[in-house]
Design a protein around this ligand. Structure first.
Ligand code: TYM
Length: 341
């Protein structure tokens, strides 16, 4: 069988579960903007169906979805260039997600490290949705036959599972219908770490707000968090090897590099030999100059949620126009009758 050539298309998503962090920005949204501006078709989603795999207060979920949309736009996503929408408005995601629940194997799901981390010792009490979540994520991507998926390091395993699902579907039905999408894990900050502990991922769910920079933080808060970030007493080295065993130093260098579009090596060349007393003020200036306008623009956009709803509605129509015919083809391949007029 000759392999089908799949047109390049980018899909990615973020959960509207509040507290969008600098990790989400550097690991994901900043990459989304770069891919949008590279001329490939780009589709970016607020994955509200993923968010409800853990309890969400309904009013807060709505607000967080609006806020995430505002963040996308404030960071440079343009609703004219990219398709921006919330997942639940396009039913193809949930329908294809079910079909993929019947393709994915239990053994594959049992290997998902994020489920193990999130469920912890409480695995009997978490929702079935949390367990099935990676198969819905595969549906998000493959409902558009997306070929490229920009994500942070922590989502790599889920994109690999998506490839396994695409491959098994193709194999089971003797087709080359789905592409095997590539994770795009790029830039200097694919895994931004906590400001309080350089061995832990920066996360929206960390109980300490000082561990993360939120995209809604104002200039003073950003400055305070960076000034208080954990460091060590050594000066900055001149090579990456010199950062080994110094996770906090490595993290701050990666953050500086990612915000300023440098490599970590270039950042080190600039600051080698300096103490954190000199480096931190430079990082504060850079972070504030870059992030404060984004949070100000988010606040401005949030004052008109009707406009955000209009953008999401338009995006959902455009997304459905791509996904619905793909889902129809999947139903035909699987043998599900479609006879409604
Ligand atoms: P979520 O909402 O947890 O995170 C959104 C994106 O941010 C990245 N990220 C980070 N990158 C670097 N450093 C960090 N500390 C950090 N924290 C988060 C994540 O890797 C992700 O790219 N399952 C996904 C959402 C999703 C999705 C999809 C993504 C659902 N369907 C389809 C891509 C394609 C999630 O929970 O990401």
């Amino acid at each position: 069988m000759t392999e089908a050539v799949h047109t390049q298309r980018v899909f990615s998503g973020i959960q509207p579960s509040g507290n969008l962090t600098l990790g989400n920005y550097l690991g994901a949204v900043k990459r989304f903007v770069e891919m949008q501006d590279s001329g490939i078709e780009t589709i970016y989603c607020m994955v509200d169906l993923h968010a409800i795999t853990v309890w969400q207060d309904p009013a807060t979920l709505r607000k967080n979805t609006h806020e995430l949309a505002a963040a996308y736009i404030a960071c440079g996503l343009d609703p004219k260039k990219s398709i921006l929408f919330n997942q639940s408005q396009v039913s193809a995601h949930a329908e294809l997600g079910w079909i993929f629940n019947c393709v994915a194997r239990l053994g594959w799901m049992n290997r998902m490290t994020q489920f193990k981390d999130k469920a912890g010792k409480n695995a009997e009490k978490v929702s079935l949705g949390l367990y099935a979540y990676p198969s819905l994520m595969a549906a998000d991507i493959l409902a558009y036959k997306a070929t490229h998926v920009p994500v942070g390091e922590d989502q790599k395993q889920h994109v690999e599972l998506t490839r396994d699902i695409a491959n098994k579907f193709n194999h089971d039905f003797g087709t080359d219908f789905f592409p095997e999408p590539e994770p795009v894990i790029a830039g200097a900050a694919t895994r931004v770490m906590s400001l309080r502990d350089g061995t832990k991922k920066m996360s929206k769910s960390d109980p300490s707000d000082m561990s993360r920079i939120n995209m809604t933080d104002d200039a003073d808060t950003i400055a305070k968090k960076i000034r208080k970030a954990k460091t060590d007493p050594e000066p900055l080295p001149d090579t990456l090897e010199g950062l080994e065993g110094r996770p906090e130093a490595r993290n701050l260098i990666n953050i500086y590099a990612a915000i300023s579009n440098q490599t970590p090596e270039q950042t080190l060349a600039q600051f080698a030999g300096q103490q954190f007393g000199q480096f931190k003020p430079a990082l504060v200036d850079l972070a504030v100059a870059h992030l404060a306008p984004i949070s100000a623009e988010m606040a401005r956009l949030m004052s008109d949620v009707a406009e955000i709803d209009r953008i999401l509605g338009d995006g959902a129509n455009r997304a459905a126009a791509i996904a619905d015919p793909i889902l129809d083809d999947v139903k035909d391949i699987v043998g599900l009758i479609r006879s409604r007029s």
